[in-house]
Design a protein around this ligand. Structure first.
Ligand code: FES
Length: 128
């Protein structure tokens, strides 16, 4: 019989509601639970033209995850959905277009009021 790993063992800093989100299953549910907003937003960003509440200085990827947005780009070849994974600049699954600049890692961009970004779809030209 396999030992069951409880969500609070994996994420001891989550509160009960956040752990319940993890139990609900799926990576998306766990990401939403992990990045659920515990303090009020203090600015607004635009994601693909839609206003999203955020906190100044938090990573763009965290603000989007807190808003329930888990898909930030599509792969260039197959069009598969991708979203933030490592949250530390290593996996490149969070590439977005920020203020017209493509190939930006959303987990490394600090939020500021009025920042506008959109999903990255398909292949982009490499930076020069
Ligand atoms: S989430 Fe991995 S590089 Fe941004």
């Amino acid at each position: 019989m396999m030992a069951r790993i409880l969500p609070q063992a994996l994420h001891p800093r989550l509160d009960r509601n956040q752990r319940d989100g993890l139990r609900a299953g799926g990576r998306r549910a766990s990401l939403r639970a992990m990045f659920a907003r515990t303090t009020p937003a203090d600015c607004t960003i635009l994601w693909d033209g839609a206003p999203i509440p955020a906190r100044r200085g938090e990573p763009l990827a965290a603000a989007l995850l807190a808003a329930g947005i888990t898909v930030l780009r599509e792969t260039a070849v197959g069009g598969a959905a991708r979203g933030p994974y490592c949250m530390m600049g290593a996996c490149f699954d969070c590439l977005v277009e920020v203020e017209g600049r493509p190939n930006v890692q959303a987990c490394l961009v600090p939020v500021r009021d009025g920042l506008h970004a959109r999903p990255q779809r398909g292949a982009r030209e490499a930076a020069r």
